[in-house]
Each structure stands twice: as structure tokens, then as C-alpha cells.
Design a protein around this ligand. Structure first.
Ligand code: NAD
Ligand code: UD1
Length: 339
């Protein structure tokens, strides 16, 4: 069992990953500045597992916070979630995105080097793929220039980490390219808690269903897809969390930098998501068809064969599970962790 530093561990994917790490018997140290999360998520993770983790309120851009974390805890590997993730905001305040996501990742790797820790799992995104690639997307396909500054920071950090691992063979780095994370732990005690108006489909759907928003705007019904609406690869956050444990195992026994897609391999349209949500949960989701959203592609889904073969990871949850679990979380926590 290992001692894992989880940056951004209080957030949506981080909290689910902390839970799986604790369940698997690892020790967990979370470093999070709580800029987009609440310590409540970590309290609930500890309640659910009956195990404790260490929490440091700190910033990945601050070398003192990082050095203190490594000095106080004998860390074996780092899972790096911390960063900003709102696509629209990244167009308005690019410097903050460059600072948190790029400069923060550089500070983190420098602190890791000072501490002699060279195992890293990084949260990347399917957004790094060139838009001209045809789905299913696989890791040998070219990356492109993402249409927004958020995606750009993911691409840059991927490239920095690849170059780092080439220059210094002590490093062992996993780049996990997430497709569309949704769902929540089956208890409904932890889940996604976006601030303000959600940008992403799933929290918008659940907030309409719970009465916090009037109706869902479906961005375009004239794409070349099964029903004209955008197709994505939705992945249950617990499956995604488990991919980090598989990547850690792989990296603790290997060197270099390698990318893996983390998606189910199934594409679902926006209308399929809405209709399945209504069917599985017995609630209506009011909607309207709106113009296409700038920067969207028609279809994006994964070829996940590399993760299945090399990491021994599989996605266990169906779309129905994802939608039931998202709703279970939202119903129990209508205003998120503030409930
Ligand atoms: P989240 O906002 O819930 O979690 C990120 C956490 O990082 C938050 O707890 C926040 O407080 C913390 N944080 C932000 N800046 C920090 C800093 N400078 N120092 C310390 N902590 C900081 O987001 P999430 O959905 O859990 O995403 C986790 C990671 O996965 C992010 O890097 C995100 O870009 C990436 N990712 C997310 C998605 C998605 O759809 N959710 C898709 C692809 C990639
Ligand atoms: C978006 C980001 C991507 C980021 C990911 C996770 C863009 C162009 N891409 O991906 O960089 O990694 O979120 O944070 O923003 N939809 C609606 N109505 C809504 C919301 C979404 O119809 O209110 C549609 C979208 O047009 C899309 C699908 O639902 O077809 C999924 O959208 P979303 O959840 O925002 O994810 P992505 O666009 O795939």
C-alpha cells in the first residue's frame, strides 16, 4: 500500500478517487485550496469509508505548501487534479488558467523532484485531441489546438510532462484523458457541486429536474448524429476514480510518460441522455432546442482498448447507472454541499 498525495482531492473527481484509494487500503493526503470545493466532501469520504485522511489547505502554486506536504508525509506518488476547469471562464481570464493549471503543475513537479517523488498521475482531457480526428478516438491520433484556453492548458501540461519524462528517466507519469465524467457515489453523499450556472450537461439536467433551473437548452439538433444532437462518451465518476488506481499500479512499476483514454467507448446523444434520465428516474426534464454552442464538436467518444489491456481497467457502470446516481446525489443534496 502506498501513501498518495492528491492535489484537488476535495473536488468532484478527487473526492471520489480519495474514497476508492482509502477503500483499497492506501493512505491519502489531500492538498486543496478549496477554491471550487468544500471540506465537507472529505468529511463525507471519511464517514463513508470509516477511514481517515490528512487534509492540507494549500495551493499547488505555493512551493512552501508543497514542500511542507512532502516533508510531513512520506509520499510515494501524486495524483494531480488541482486546477481550474470552466471552459467559458478560461476565455475571460486566461492568465488565471495559465497560472493555476500550467504554472501550478510546474511548481508541483519541481516540489516532487526536490522530495524525490517521481510517480505522477495527471488529469488530462479528451479535449487535447485534434477536432479533425474521427471517433472512436485512440491515443495514437494527433493532438490539436483546443478551441479554448482551458483545453490549451491541458495540452501544454501533457507536453511538458512528456518532455520531462524523456529528459529525466526517474519519472513515471500517467496522462489520463477523461471523456465526460458524470454520476456520483451510490450513497448519494458525494457528487458534483458546480458553483453558479452549470456549463456541463449532466449538472444542468439534474438542476432542471430538481427545480433549480427552468429548462435545459439543447445546443443544436442539426449535427450529423443519430438524432441531430451532440454525441459524447459519458463515464461514471466511480469508474473514472478506479482508473486512477489502475494507473498508479501501472506507474509504480514502470518508467516514462504514457497517455490513456478513460471513457466507456459508447457515444450517447444529448436527447438520449435526457430521455434515459427521465425514464430511469421518473422525472421530467423541460427542454428547448437552442443554437449550437461555439467550440462544440458533433461526436466524441473513446477507443478505450489501451486502458483495458495495459491498465486492466474496465468501465462497469451503464448510462442508466450514471443517470440514477447523478439524480440520487442531486435529490439528497438539492443545493450541493450547502444543503
Ligand atoms: P473540481 O473543480 O471539482 O476539482 C478541482 C479541485 O482543485 C477543487 O477542489 C479546487 O478547489 C482545487 N484547486 C483549484 N486550483 C487549485 C490550486 N491552485 N491549488 C490547490 N487546489 C486547487 O474539478 P473536477 O471536475 O473534480 O476536475 C478535476 C480535474 O480533472 C481537473 O484538473 C479538471 O480539469 C480535470 N478534468 C475534469 C473533467 C470534468 O468534466 N469534470 C474533464 C476532464 C478533465
Ligand atoms: C466540455 C468542454 C471540455 C471539457 C468538458 C468537461 C467545451 C467545448 N468542451 O466538454 O473542454 O473538458 O466539458 O468539463 O465546452 N449540452 C447541451 N446543453 C447544456 C450543456 C451541454 O446541449 O446545457 C451539450 C453539448 O452541446 C454537448 C454535450 O451536451 O453536446 C456535452 O456537453 P458538456 O457536458 O459541456 O461537455 P463537452 O462539451 O463534451
Amino acid at each position: 500500500m502506498a501513501n498518495i498525495l492528491v492535489t484537488g482531492g476535495a473536488g468532484y473527481i478527487g473526492s471520489h478517487t480519495c474514497l476508492e484509494l482509502l477503500e483499497a487500503g492506501h493512505d491519502v493526503v489531500v492538498l486543496d485550496n478549496l477554491s471550487n470545493s468544500s471540506e465537507e466532501s472529505l468529511k463525507r469520504v471519511q464517514e463513508l469509508t470509516g477511514k481517515s485522511l490528512k487534509f492540507i489547505q494549500g495551493d499547488i502554486r505555493d512551493p512552501h505548501d508543497l514542500d511542507q506536504a512532502f516533508a510531513t508525509h512520506k509520499i510515494d506518488a501524486v495524483i494531480h487534479f488541482a486546477g481550474l476547469k470552466a471552459v467559458g471562464e478560461s476565455q475571460k481570464i486566461p492568465l488565471s488558467y495559465f497560472d493555476h493549471n500550467i504554472a501550478g503543475s510546474i511548481q508541483l513537479t519541481q516540489a516532487m523532484e526536490r522530495a524525490g517523488v517521481f510517480n505522477l498521475v495527471f488529469s488530462s482531457s479528451a479535449t487535447v485531441y485534434d477536432e479533425a480526428n474521427i471517433s472512436p478516438l485512440d491515443e495514437t491520433m494527433p493532438t490539436g489546438m483546443p478551441s479554448n484556453n482551458y483545453g490549451y492548458t491541458k495540452l501544454i501540461v501533457e507536453q511538458l510532462l512528456q518532455k520531462l519524462a524523456i529528459a529525466d528517466p526517474r519519472w513515471s507519469i500517467a496522462l489520463l484523458r477523461y471523456f465526460n465524467p458524470v454520476g456520483a457515489h451510490k450513497s448519494g453523499r458525494i457528487g458534483e457541486d458546480p458553483q453558479g450556472i452549470p456549463n456541463n450537461l449532466m449538472p444542468y439536467v439534474t438542476q432542471v429536474a430538481v427545480g433549480r433551473r427552468e429548462k435545459l437548452s439543447i445546443y443544436g439538433d442539426d449535427y450529423d448524429t443519430i438524432d441531430g444532437t451532440g454525441v459524447r462518451d459519458y463515464i461514471h465518476v466511480v469508474d473514472l476514480a478506479n482508473a486512477h488506481l489502475c494507473a498508479l499500479n501501472n506507474r509504480l512499476n514502470a518508467k516514462g510518460c504514457r497517455a490513456w483514454n478513460i471513457g466507456t467507448g459508447n457515444g450517447c446523444s444529448v436527447l438520449e441522455v435526457k430521455n434515459t434520465f427521465e425514464k430511469v428516474n421518473g422525472v421530467a426534464v423541460a427542454y428547448e432546442i437552442a443554437p449550437r454552442r461555439s467550440g462544440d464538436v458533433a461526436t466524441s467518444f473513446a477507443n478505450n482498448a489501451r486502458a483495458v489491456t495495459e491498465l486492466g481497467w474496465t468501465a462497469k457502470y451503464t448510462l442508466e447507472d450514471m443517470l440514477a446516481d447523478s439524480w440520487n446525489w442531486q435529490k439528497q443534496n438539492p443545493t450541493g454541499y450547502q444543503s
